[in-house]
Design a protein around this ligand. Structure first.
Ligand code: A2P
Length: 315
C-alpha cells in the first residue's frame, strides 16, 4: 500500500475505508472485514453516527491480534455544532470515547459551516451562526490546542476552498495538513489541488464512487453515474478491472488519498486492490478530460448565511 507522508514523517495509507452511510448493524462487520483484508486507514466523523460501533470493531480487532494501534490511521471530524472554542475539545473527547482510542491520527473541521452549540442538524436559519460570529481561526486555535495536548497527531479541514485554507495558514500557528474534499473524474478540483500542493497540504478524495447510497434528499435528479462513464468502462474492460477500481486508481495516481465506502466483503477487497493498479499517462489524460466541475455534494442543504457561492468561494 502506498502512503502519503506528513511533514513530520508520519505515513497515512493512501486508500482508506469510508464510513459515511455505513449504517448501524453493518459497520462493525465492515470494519472487522476491512482490517482482516489489510485496510489500515479508517475515515470517521461524529456526524456519521456510527463511531461507537466502529470503536467496538477496532477494540475487538486489536484484542484479537488482527492489528495494533500503531499500524492504524484513524481520522475523525468535528461537527458543525461544536466550532466554538470551548466546544472543540469536548467534541473530540466524545469521538475518542466512542472510538475507544486515546488519540486520533487526524482531526478535521468537517465543514466551514457553523451551527449553534449542540444543534445537531438544525432545520431552520435560527440554528445557524455566521463565520463572523464564530470565526474559523477560533475553531482552529482550539484544534491546535488538541495537538499540543497529544489528543490528535495532525489537524486539517474538509470542504475548504483555497481561500479558506489560506486564511488558516495566515491566522494559525499550525497549518492545515489535510483538505478532504469531494474529488472524482467529474470534479477533479485541479485548481484546489495545485493550491494544496504548493502549500504542502495533503488531500483526500471523498465520494470517489459518486456516493450513490446518499439519502434521496441529498440527490439531484438525473445525476451522472461515475461507474457508467464510457471512458471509465472502456479502461476497466481493457484492463479486466471494474469501473470502481479505475476510479480509485485515478485518485491514487494523482497522489490524493481516497476513502471508498463499502460494507460488502467482495467490494472491500476489490477497492483495496485498486491501490495497486498503475494507470498510464494516456489513461490519466483520458480520464482527466472528463472533468466538468460536477458536485454530488453541493452544500445546498445548508441554511442560514451559507450559500453555495460563499461556501465554495466560487462564482
Ligand atoms: P456497498 O457499501 O454496498 O458496497 P462512495 O465511496 O463514493 O461514497 O460510494 C459508496 C457507494 O458505492 C455505496 O453504495 C457502495 O455500496 C458502493 N460501492 C463501493 N464499492 C463499490 C464497488 N467496488 N463497486 C460498485 N459499488 C461500490
Amino acid at each position: 500500500m502506498k502512503n502519503l507522508q506528513y511533514a513530520n514523517g508520519d505515513q497515512m495509507p493512501i486508500l482508506g475505508l469510508g464510513t459515511w452511510k455505513a449504517g448501524p448493524g453493518e459497520v462493525y462487520e465492515a470494519v472487522r472485514t476491512a482490517l482482516r483484508l489489510g485496510y489500515r486507514h479508517i475515515d470517521c466523523a461524529t456526524v456519521y453516527g456510527n463511531e461507537a460501533e466502529i470503536g467496538q470493531a477496532l477494540a475487538d480487532a486489536m484484542a484479537a491480534g488482527d492489528v495494533s494501534r500503531d499500524e492504524l490511521w484513524i481520522t475523525s471530524k468535528l461537527w458543525n455544532d461544536a466550532h466554538r472554542q470551548e466546544d472543540v475539545r469536548p467534541a473530540l473527547l466524545r469521538s475518542l470515547h466512542d472510538l475507544q482510542l486515546d488519540h486520533l491520527n487526524l482531526y478535521l473541521i468537517h465543514w466551514p459551516v457553523v451551527f449553534k452549540s449542540g444543534a445537531g442538524f438544525p432545520q431552520s436559519d435560527a440554528g445557524y451562526l455566521s463565520l463572523a460570529e464564530v470565526p474559523l481561526r477560533e475553531t482552529w486555535s482550539a484544534m491546535e490546542a488538541c495537538v499540543h495536548e497529544g489528543l490528535v497527531r495532525h489537524i486539517g479541514v474538509s470542504n475548504f476552498s483555497a481561500r479558506k485554507c489560506r486564511h488558516l495558514i495566515d491566522a494559525g500557528h499550525i497549518k492545515p495538513e489535510m483538505n478532504q474534499v469531494e474529488m472524482h473524474p467529474l470534479l477533479s478540483q485541479q485548481g484546489l489541488r495545485d493550491f494544496c500542493v504548493d502549500n504542502g497540504i495533503l488531500m483526500t478524495a471523498y465520494s470517489p464512487l459518486g456516493s450513490g447510497d446518499r439519502p434521496a434528499s441529498f440527490k439531484a435528479e438525473h445525476e451522472p453515474q461515475l461507474m457508467e462513464l464510457t471512458v471509465i468502462k472502456a479502461i476497466a474492460a481493457e484492463r479486466k478491472r471494474t469501473p470502481a477500481q479505475i476510479l480509485l486508481a485515478w485518485a491514487v495516481k494523482r497522489g490524493t488519498a481516497v476513502i471508498p465506502k463499502s460494507v460488502n466483503p467482495q467490494r472491500l477487497h476489490q477497492n483495496l486492490e485498486a491501490a495497486e493498479i498503475e494507470l498510464t499517462e494516456a489513461e490519466m489524460a483520458q480520464i482527466n478530460a472528463l472533468d466538468c466541475h460536477y458536485r454530488f455534494v453541493t452544500g445546498a442543504t445548508w441554511k442560514g448565511p451559507n450559500t453555495p457561492e460563499n461556501l465554495w468561494d466560487e462564482k
